[in-house]
Design a binder for this molecule. Structure first.
Ligand code: 5RP
Length: 229
């Protein structure tokens, strides 16, 4: 199986968690896209759910295939969210934000009773850090905020797309912070959060209930022993 097939088997497996009447957080990225497409088919077959998209890209995809949508102001309690990730460590902590949607993804995860993450096997690691940590920051004083981030021992690069500074759905910038290793994600998240100008950090600590991994020999499912809420 190639990587695309691994994404597909993980993404489609997650759609099995979706039940009639649920409010569903819809993540962002090329793996959860397969979940969203599957949910679209289920809706065509009569499933009734409301999707809460975590980005404009997901909103466009979901509405194009007929998934009824709401937002987090209307639906403050979300039954289940399915999303992708850039790295998953052995404690089920994540790096997210490779696709730039980390702020909405984290708000939706925080509002969710159950969070499922879909990845292919390349994303699994023991310790986070080989993927640069995305941090969403305010445009005002962004160079000053980047200097503050580098004091944590990373190399901070402002994200660009098509030779222009990348701007998130929320009108902010993203800085990709390359650390050697992130051994204590919880502390790092708390400390970075104290920098004025930081809007959100792509570390998801203790926010995940289940990981669905697409592997060459099939799908692996890992569940958290205790639920977080
Ligand atoms: C977007 C994300 C994505 O979930 C993450 O980048 C994984 O995407 P993909 O499945 O395309 O590798 O965090 O902000």
């Amino acid at each position: 199986m190639n990587v695309e097939q691994l994404k597909k088997i993980a993404g489609e497996k997650a759609a099995e968690r979706v039940k009639d009447g649920m409010i569903i957080g819809l993540g962002t990225g090329s793996t959860v896209k397969y979940t969203i497409l599957k949910i679209g088919e289920m809706v065509k077959d009569g499933l009734e759910i409301i999707g809460i998209p975590t980005s404009r890209a997901t909103e466009q995809l979901a509405s194009r295939i007929g998934i009824p949508l709401g937002d987090i102001n209307e639906y403050q309690e979300i039954d289940l969210t399915i999303d992708g990730a850039d790295q998953v460590d052995s404690e089920m902590n994540l790096i997210k934000g490779g696709g730039g949607a980390l702020l909405r993804e984290k708000m939706v995860a925080y509002a969710s009773r159950y969070e499922v993450i879909v990845v292919d096997e390349r994303k699994i690691c023991n310790v986070l850090g080989s993927f640069p940590l995305p941090v969403e920051i305010a445009r005002f004083g962004y160079q000053r905020t980047m200097s503050a981030l580098e004091k944590f021992g990373c190399r901070a690069s402002l994200r660009y797309r098509n030779e222009e500074i990348y701007v998130t759905d929320n009108g902010n910038y993203i800085v990709d912070c390359k650390f050697e290793e992130i051994r204590d994600p919880k502390t790092l998240e708390r400390e970075i959060d104290e920098i004025p100008g930081v809007v959100e950090i792509g570390l998801f600590v203790n926010l995940v209930d289940e990981i669905i991994i697409g592997r060459k020999d099939g799908v692996e499912i890992r569940k958290k022993n205790s639920t977080r809420r």
